[in-house]
Each structure stands twice: as structure tokens, then as C-alpha cells.
Design a protein around this ligand. Structure first.
Ligand SMILES: [Zn+2]
Length: 210
């Protein structure tokens, strides 16, 4: 990111207008006009001079100052480059850390488990910007796919209707899992009893043959 010296900026700006103490003190219209003209000429000269200066010596372009990316929450220019690049979000490192409910990172597994999103939904790059990060443990392992919480939640609330509706879906799935488990247990028990009966019958028959 670009770093600018704000002190220098204010100085050069003030310098244009009031570098002549007489004009600055004199409030007559003529003196004001003189001061303005002087300022304009100085600005033009500075612009011309600027063109031929090496980049690092050029005066700050005031228009460029407005173009500096700023944090959407606090206007800081200490932008987190990764969030800008991967999520197209302008946020500073301070705000990013201070607001995990918005800027927290979720892995793909967490998105699926906590928000019940599917693999194909998580592939939607326009709705689901992703930060593909090489695995920190081993470079040959598959990358981590990180999503920003507010993106994930916006998608999930739209899919499920609301946080409450997502909760209801959770409960429904849990009940379904429970039901299947019970059914499986009942089935196992039935099979077990049948087996026991068969072997009991076998024992009885064997005893009779003796
Ligand atoms: Zn900020």
C-alpha cells in the first residue's frame, strides 16, 4: 500500500496560499486576488516541475489521495492485502481482528457443518469468494479453502431463510439421524434374536440326537 506523509501535504498546501505574509495578512480584495493568482501559478509550476522529477520526489497528487483504499469501517489506510485481493473487501487489520463475526475465516468443512452449505454452493465464486491458502503443515497437502463469515452467512440466510430456519433444519437432520439410528438398532436386535433362536433350536436338536 502507499504511504503518504500527511504533515508534508498540509504544509505544501498552506504554503501555496500564504507564503507571502503581507498578502495573507491583508484582507483587501486585491490582495486576496493576488494571493489566489500566486497560489494558482505556484500550483501549476509545481505540477510542471513534478512531471520531470523522479517518482519519489514528486509532490503528492491530491486526487490520488482520494483514491487511496481505506478501511470500510474506520477509514484507516492500513488495508489487509489478503482480504482485498481474495475477498474484494477493504478492511484494515485492526477491524478484521476486532470483528470476527464479520471477518472471521471459515474452512470449507466448517461452512458445510455449521451452515449446511454444499460443495457446489461453495464453488460459486461470485457469491463465495475464497482464499485458497497452501496448507501450512505440508506444501504437498491440499490447500485450505477459507471463506469470510459474512459472505457465508449472507449465502446461508438466503438459502435457509433465516438463522432460525437454519436451526430448524439442524434439528430436523438431527432427528432424522436419530430415527435412522434407532431403526438400525431395532434391526440389529431383531437379527440377533433370530440368530439366538436358531442356535437355541440347533442346541435342542443336537441334544435330542444323542
Ligand atoms: Zn478499520
Amino acid at each position: 500500500y502507499a504511504e503518504y506523509d500527511m504533515g508534508k501535504l498540509a504544509d505544501s498546501r498552506g504554503g501555496f496560499l500564504f507564503d507571502d505574509p503581507d498578502d495573507a495578512a491583508d484582507s483587501s480584495p486585491e490582495a486576496q486576488q493576488r494571493a489566489q493568482k500566486k497560489a494558482r501559478l505556484a500550483a501549476e509550476r509545481a505540477t510542471l516541475d513534478d512531471k520531470y522529477k523522479p517518482l519519489e520526489e514528486r509532490d503528492l497528487d491530491l486526487d490520488a489521495l482520494d483514491q487511496i483504499p481505506r478501511c470500510r469501517d474506520c477509514q484507516s489506510i492500513d488495508i489487509d492485502q489478503q482480504y482485498h485481493r481474495f475477498f474484494d473487501v477493504l478492511v484494515c487489520r485492526g477491524c478484521r481482528t476486532a470483528k470476527p463475526e464479520i471477518y472471521g475465516l471459515l474452512t470449507k468443512t466448517e461452512c458445510k457443518a455449521d451452515y449446511l452449505l454444499t460443495e457446489s454452493e461453495l464453488q460459486d465464486r461470485t457469491r463465495m469468494p475464497v482464499w485458497e491458502k497452501p496448507n501450512p503443515h505440508k506444501s504437498t497437502w491440499s490447500s485450505m479453502f477459507l471463506f469470510m463469515r459474512s459472505h457465508v452467512e449472507a449465502f446461508a440466510w438466503e438459502k435457509w431463510g433465516s438463522p432460525v430456519a437454519l436451526d430448524a433444519e439442524f434439528a430436523r437432520r438431527q432427528a432424522e439421524t436419530q430415527r435412522r439410528k434407532q431403526k438400525k438398532t431395532a434391526q440389529r436386535l431383531k437379527e440377533l434374536r433370530q440368530r439366538t433362536q436358531t442356535s437355541a433350536w440347533q442346541v435342542t436338536r443336537d441334544e435330542h440326537t444323542h
